[in-house]
Write a protein that binds this ligand. Structure first.
Ligand code: B1M
Length: 213
């Protein structure tokens, strides 16, 4: 039985090499990637968040934890993304302007990819103009906006407003998510949907794109 607390602790310590070695060790012991993700990496990052809130961890330490988590995700990604992906829809995803949080958004991108969607991950701190250009360039049918700060949530509305202004709103479904985002907020800014986590984001994306398989 693998002890996930070891991964949680390595993440809190921001020890990238220890964390990646533990992820590999868990895999070698036959633990499935999804369990390592949820019981190890996400559980660890939840604790980091609590410690940040209580002033027990500060930005440099949180950055190291985030870097370690990304390295862990890189190991798990090929195991979670199906090898023979059938393209079932084109997605543009990014974190809105002013917001540098990208771990959750990357997780959503990874899960959408593993569900067979063609994902164009623009990164973090993406302006409404950049989102608009990417939708047009890739002929995307789904736009995914992520925000982790209450102060950057209004940027979601600005992005949707720009899509409307450019007359392409009926060509692209829009979903939003991120810790401070709610269904009420999504409704109030004219998004087509809101998902609280990466798993439900996949379900919602499929529903919005009317994918039946
Ligand atoms: Co920041 N940070 N941070 N941070 N950070 C939070 C978000 C915060 C809640 C911490 C706290 O105070 N408890 C707080 C926000 C408060 C608020 O506005 N409500 C906060 C703050 C205040 C800040 C700064 C302002 C701190 C400062 O400078 N004083 C600053 C802002 C910088 C900026 O963005 N301009 C800042 C900076 C940072 C770091 C750079 C150090 C780092 C980010 C590194 C990186 O992402 N590359 C960081 C981190 C790591 C966090 C916490 C600890 C962890 C976030 C995370 O990665 N979670 C976070 C505390 C917390 O969330 N508990 C915190 C793990 C991830 C898997 O979950 O991102 O929620 P999450 O994603 C989930 C769902 O939300 C959902 O699915 C994901 C997977 O299930 N989801 C979607 C996300 N996007 C979705 C899109 C969808 C659907 C679902 O559809 C499109």
């Amino acid at each position: 039985m693998f002890d996930f607390k070891l991964i949680v602790d390595a993440l809190i310590e921001g020890d990238e090499s220890k964390l990646t070695a533990l992820v590999q060790k868990a895999l070698n012991q036959g633990v499935v990637a999804k369990k390592i993700l949820y019981d190890g990496l996400i559980a660890g990052m939840d604790t980091v968040g609590e410690k940040m809130e209580n002033d027990e961890l500060f930005i440099p330490e949180v950055l190291m934890a985030a870097k370690a988590m990304s390295a862990g995700l890189e190991i798990l990604k090929p195991l979670m993304v199906g090898e023979d992906i059938i393209t079932r829809g084109k997605v543009v995803i990014g974190t809105v302007k002013g917001d540098l949080h990208d771990i959750g958004k990357n997780l959503v991108a990874m899960m959408l990819e593993s569900a067979g969607l063609e994902v164009h991950n623009l990164g973090a701190d993406i302006s409404p103009d950049q989102f608009l250009a990417a939708i047009n360039e890739n002929k995307a049918s789904l736009l995914c906006l992520s925000a982790l700060l209450t102060t950057t949530m209004p940027m979601m509305k600005e992005t949707i407003d720009l899509v409307v202004k450019n007359g392409i709103r009926d060509q692209v479904k829009i979903m939003v998510g991120g810790a401070p985002v709610t269904q009420d907020f999504a409704d109030s800014i004219g998004a087509d949907g809101y998902a609280p986590d990466a798993g439900s984001a996949v379900k919602l994306a499929k529903a919005l794109l009317q994918l039946t398989f």
